[in-house]
Design a protein around this ligand. Sequence first.
Ligand code: PHE
Ligand code: CO
Length: 329
Amino acid sequence: MDFAQGSSVRREDARNNASALRPEAASIPAMTSQTATPNRIEHQLTDKGYVPVYTTAVVEQPWSSYSTTDHEVWATLFERQQQILQGRASDEFLRNQRAMGMTPDRIPKFDDLNRVLRPATGWELIGVEGLLPELTFFDHLANRRFPVTWWIRKPEQLDYLSEPDLFHDLFGHVPLLMNPVFADYMAAYGRGGVKAHGIGPEALVNLTRLYWYTVEFGLIKQDDGLRIYGSGIVSSKGESIHCLESAAPNRVGFDLERIMRTRYRIDTYQKTYFVIDSYEQLMEATQPDFTPIYARLGSQASFPAGEVQDTDTVFHCGTGEGWLDDGDV
Ligand code: PHE
Ligand code: CO
């Protein structure tokens, strides 16, 4: 079993975790319309050791500086995933991806995609260096700005990357922003994030699990069977197959509070996938004020990533084959 072929976004949740290793988001830079020159800082020595640090500035996509290799990496990943996702990704994802006009021949220009996206749902893509401080990230979403990492992985990282890159963000996240209901859900999540941030770290952990098990790793039940809508899955060759076809993971029905209590994996495939009936279900279930839910969950224990609960609607009870015992976050 090769877990290195897992999702390309294992550490993406870092943006929402109240991790001691992240630079503090104490002062949020005011958003301006000005863009900075892309300048990615790989690692910086701090009193916590070497940690990746990024400028939080919005950057202009340096499109003309992409190399032939960059465009080839895009083409390879795009064609490979297009093929794998036929009959696996949700109809809505595939339809909107076509509507956006993303093609394999070259890395799309954010400006071109924005001309399609903005009139459809009011969302726009902004270029960023990488993970953002959580409050900055929530603020962007609440205002219908989706941060897209401007750089793309190297050819030797086709199957695994420990942080989101352009392929994950564009190919994985952007198509569903064309869907009005999902677009509203993402903006509501941003507002909910700002609120949870004000409530405290435990509330943020609960909310982050919801993002993880829906936006990143969600499945949807279509008339013709289970399909993928989570961006962490659609941008990963291995997990696109694993999540639907492997006997190992659990596949259970969406349940808001159950998800908010469930730990997850950042370095292997998920042990449990949650299945929604529709994007409307997602929107409706998350409509109520979460404040009393956070308060209630505060006193309850979390669930291990792979444990099926009595209350679950079980589509498939996982065999657990190949699971590592520890490592849930
Ligand atoms: N209703 C949630 C709250 O009150 C906000 C939210 C909406 C969170 C949609 C996630 C998704 O906090
Ligand atoms: Co992502």
